[in-house]
Design a protein around this ligand. Structure first.
Ligand SMILES: [Zn+2]
Length: 399
């Protein structure tokens, strides 16, 4: 056997610490012997790693005993230390900003910050507003800024996560805005940025029932139309982070409606919130919101029924196209349109039945998003927490 270099040993140590910590954070409480079993290592090794994590103040002995049958000394259970540190999760659309805190165990704290923003807000103004909300939430939770390990930001548009930059935000009308850097400087806390739909997907998948899912596509229909692709537990990004940009997939070349990107027939031109309302107003100028349209649908108003039919048909066409391209095992529908009007999920699925390429249907499982506006907040906060842990453990292991 080849001799392990010091670097190999450090990497091994890092991997073990990270894996054991992930197992502990994944469970409400767990015994050392159960960790040893899951890690396929000796009880002595598991105990040593847990002690190291205790010294780093990430985990603690709960004092509760393992529920084991038979004689012998019962072992105590350990758990993540909820107050070890906290992360903020922020979601930014073109009209709203939202912010919440998660503790180290991943639990969402109840207070939330929300504000409407003016359309075409400057990045500077937006960061100031976020900072105000941040101070209020710290005070409400009795936390010092030092307890905040990192900030995660899920933002609409094309994002380059490594640099924390919005390369192109069509709804925000931003080009090359280093929003991560700006927040990091203003808050004095490391910030990590990703596209809001990517964050929403990670938020949804953090629910326990999805623990074994490594492949899922989230299609999001709301103010913007977008998607996130998780393939073998990695977000697919494409060469310049545009992967999943379904809003500008051409779905109707004959009608050829003009999209704000300057081309004709893009999906966004048919089913983004603004365009749906625009369409409805041609029939009833009093319509102001999607709510108004849904009420008209439910009251049996003919134009509203026809409009809703068309929206669901275009959604089904987009689903078919994505499925033909990527053949995913799991597909989730989300975004404001689905979150606020869950019955549309069934409606779109019915349309899919008619529109989708038949041979693909049996292998595809559909899901509906459940965390609504919190999905991107939770996802971004969890991404930030993960980055923070990676940094601390790497420093601890000298790599
Ligand atoms: Zn377009």
């Amino acid at each position: 056997m080849e001799k392990m270099t010091i670097q190999d040993q450090r990497t091994l140590k890092y991997n073990n610490l990270k894996m054991v910590l992930d197992i502990i954070r994944d469970n409400e409480r767990i015994s050392r012997s159960e960790i040893a079993r899951k890690m396929r290592m000796s009880a002595t090794s598991a105990t040593r790693i847990v002690s190291e994590l205790e010294e780093l103040h990430f985990v603690e002995d709960t004092g509760c005993y393992e529920d084991t049958k038979g004689a012998g000394r019962k072992a105590t259970m350990i758990a993540a230390r909820a107050a070890a540190c906290y992360c903020f999760g922020i979601s930014i659309s073109d009209v709203e900003i939202r912010m919440r805190l998660i503790d180290f165990s991943g639990k969402l704290l109840s207070d939330r910050g929300e504000a409407q923003i003016e359309k075409n807000s400057s990045p500077e103004k937006l960061v100031e507003k976020l900072y105000e909300m941040f101070l209020v939430l710290l005070e409400k939770n009795g936390l010092q800024a030092e307890k905040i390990a990192a900030i995660g930001i899920g933002i609409t548009g094309n994002v380059e996560p490594a640099g924390g930059t919005v390369i192109y935000g069509d709804l925000l009308q931003w080009v090359n805005v280093p929003i991560g850097d700006m927040i990091e400087k203003r808050f004095g806390i490391p910030a990590y940025v990703d596209n809001d739909v990517n964050c929403a997907l990670m938020g949804e998948l953090s629910q326990k029932k999805y623990r074994n899912i490594d492949d899922m596509i989230l299609l999001s229909y709301g103010r913007g139309v977008g998607s996130a692709i998780l393939s073998q537990n990695k977000i697919a990004r494409g060469s310049v982070n545009f992967a999943g940009e379904i809003g500008h997939m051409i779905v109707d070349h004959t009608d050829g409606r003009l999209c704000y990107c300057g081309r004709r027939g893009c999906l966004t031109a048919y089913i983004s919130e603004e365009r749906i309302i625009e369409d409805a107003r041609k029939n009833n100028p009093d319509v102001k919101t999607i709510d108004d349209i849904i009420s008209a649908v439910q009251a049996g108003v003919p134009w509203a029924g026809i409009l809703m039919e068309r929206i669901c048909s275009y959604a089904a066409i987009s689903i078919n196209n994505v499925v033909c391209m990527l053949n995913p095992p799991n597909l989730m529908l989300g975004g404001d349109l689905i979150d606020n009007y869950p019955f549309l999920f069934e409606y779109i699925l019915n349309k899919c039945n008619a529109v989708m390429y038949g041979p693909m249907k049996p292998s595809l499982k559909f899901y509906r998003s459940e965390l609504k506006q919190d999905a991107a907040i939770i996802g971004s906060a969890l991404i930030a927490m993960d980055k923070h842990l990676e940094k601390v453990l790497r420093e601890h292991c000298d790599i």
